[in-house]
Design a protein around this ligand. Structure first.
Ligand SMILES: Nc1ncnc2c1ncn2[C@@H]1O[C@H](COP(=O)(O)OP(=O)(O)OP(=O)(O)O)[C@@H](O)[C@H]1O
Ligand SMILES: [Mg+2]
Length: 262
């Protein structure tokens, strides 16, 4: 009998359920979404829950924000990163791409991984690097980073800011990075009846079954919360949702039935 491999849980129950229990250990996971969809929040929650709920220490590698801002943002959700850092379970690493990808840059990361005993890392964001390097170098360096972290048994979340173009399906393939990662989670906004809501979908997950549906989520004062699928709508991925016929029919039918009772 094949023994079931332990999963890397996000600690967000409905999300873990979508992932058939969690991410696969050492997998490279890409979290793609447009600005403000909650990528940083999800990444912080993944790291904090890893430490506090599952005893898996973590690193937050940022190319964009200063550590103070990261502590502050996490604090607004009630996550005390300073405390975790003082306990030796966590580290914020602020790096410039030049440093990380320079000769010996990986040794620096290697040392921190060992010091913290890290099992998880979040990289905010991989897409940021496209501003500094050519497309070819980008692929090469990303590939090196992915291999490096896998070899050390660290489960990584790579954030990717992707513009959400109106009327197009979610696509991270255009950036040519999707082949590098084992799992892709997309965060996107959807407009339903003039209201902007948020939807999360697992686009791929190598070697595992997963929820294929787009599910609603919200960023709340305690972090990300995942709700039911938007199953009464279709066309959400293409940006022009319509209610599914039968739902509309049921609605009309129940309205008509109520009308008859009068
Ligand atoms: N403490 C909080 N309580 C409730 N909602 C919050 C809180 N902090 C942030 N948010 C909401 O979450 C949204 C997403 O924040 P987050 O920084 O995680 O997104 P992001 O995808 O990383 O954005 P960016 O592309 O700018 O990096 C914010 O725009 C805000 O609406
Ligand atoms: Mg962010």
């Amino acid at each position: 009998m094949v023994e079931k491999m332990a999963r890397i849980r996000t600690g967000i129950p409905e999300f873990d359920e979508m992932l058939s229990g969690g991410f696969m250990p050492s997998d490279a996971v890409m979290v793609a979404g447009s600005a403000g969809t909650g990528k940083t929040t999800l990444a912080l929650q993944y790291i904090v829950n890893g430490i506090t709920k599952f005893g898996e220490n973590g690193i937050y590698l940022s190319f964009e924000q200063m550590p103070d801002q990261i502590y502050r943002d996490a604090g607004s959700f009630g996550w005390d990163l300073k405390k975790l850092e003082n306990e030796g379970k966590f580290r914020v690493v602020l790096s410039s791409p030049n440093v990380l990808f320079a000769e010996g840059g990986e040794n620096l990361l290697d040392e921190i991984i060992k010091e913290v005993g890290a099992k998880r890392i979040a990289i905010d964001s991989l897409s940021h690097l496209t501003m500094f390097v050519s497309e070819e170098k980008m692929r090469l360096e990303s590939y090196r980073l992915v291999c490096f972290l896998k070899a050390r048994g660290v489960s990584a979340l790579y954030l990717w800011e992707a513009p959400q173009l109106m009327g197009t399906a979610i696509s991270v393939t255009e950036v040519g990075m999707s082949f590098l990662v084992d799992c892709i989670v997309a965060l996107r906004t959807v407009e339903i009846e003039s209201e902007i809501r948020k939807g999360l979908v697992v686009l791929k997950m190598r070697g595992s079954d997963h929820d294929k549906r787009l599910r609603e989520y919200e960023i709340t004062s305690t972090g990300m919360k995942v709700f039911s699928p938007f199953d009464q709508y279709q066309g959400l991925m293409t940006g022009s949702p319509t209610r599914i016929g039968s739902e509309r029919f049921k609605e009309l039918f129940s309205t008509a039935a109520k009308g008859n009772k009068k």
